[in-house]
Design a protein around this ligand. Sequence first.
Ligand SMILES: [Fe+2]
Length: 300
Amino acid sequence: MTEVTELGYITVGVSDLAAWDEFAAQILGLEVVQGDDANVRYLRMDYWHHRIKLVEDASDDLLAIGLRIAGTLEFRAMAKQLQDAGVEVRIGSRAEAEARQVLEVMFLKDPNHYPIELFHGPLVQYDLPFHPGRRMHGVFSTHAGGFGHMMLNRAAGLEEIHAFYTLLGLRGGVEYKIPMPHLPEPVELMFLHCNTRQHTLAFGTPGEKRINHVMLEVTKMQDVGLSYDLVRRAKIPVIIEPGSHANDQAYSFYLKNPSGSMIEIGWGGREPTGQSEYYHGDAFGHTPVMSNMKGFMVPA
Ligand SMILES: [Fe+2]
């Protein structure tokens, strides 16, 4: 079976590019590169051409999830694997691949109707080392774990989503059953991995937007603290106070981005344990800021 190897990139529609320019560089520490088109920004965090592509768009939401496949042979095997399972796949043209700075790309939709781009061969620019948008103690933790993780609100059932993503080679399942005093059933959150990162994609509850949060991991704990100080100083809403997750055991906090979804800045995440387990809550902290929580379910 052919498997996805990492969360390679995402494309996000944003209504206020100028706000994102400032936020990405000065708050998150990402490198902002102007696209050929004035309506496009590329956000870099390592040697890759980009990890996040921002496109001026009123949706303020996810436009594509770029999942990496190892190489040419695996790309062909994945296309066959999906077609044999009855999943509709379109192989992208050379121009479509070049527009994404990859060698080959194929397009499909997940059960939530979210656009997936399976690709191999990203453009890696060893002649253009990452230049952070502001001071950092360390760097972003990417390498074999992809650029981070993403929790998505869901439009389909967890079983259906699980069946689809396991066909792509991701593994995992429900890891949180969070009791909610006002609900008859606990809230269930599902986490899927495909490499050394404890989870790459997670699915929560239905929501207004596709994105619940995007998590970026840093190599130094001090960069979580520095980011927190910068967020407070800029009066950006903190949605979840610092704390430690039970599943990936990362120390992190959540802030609101200019598009209204969340960014999680974390440090110290562990690798998948290889066996399933579940939790009622986190190790410590991660207290929701109730006055800023409107529109968000409980993330993990
Ligand atoms: Fe997260």
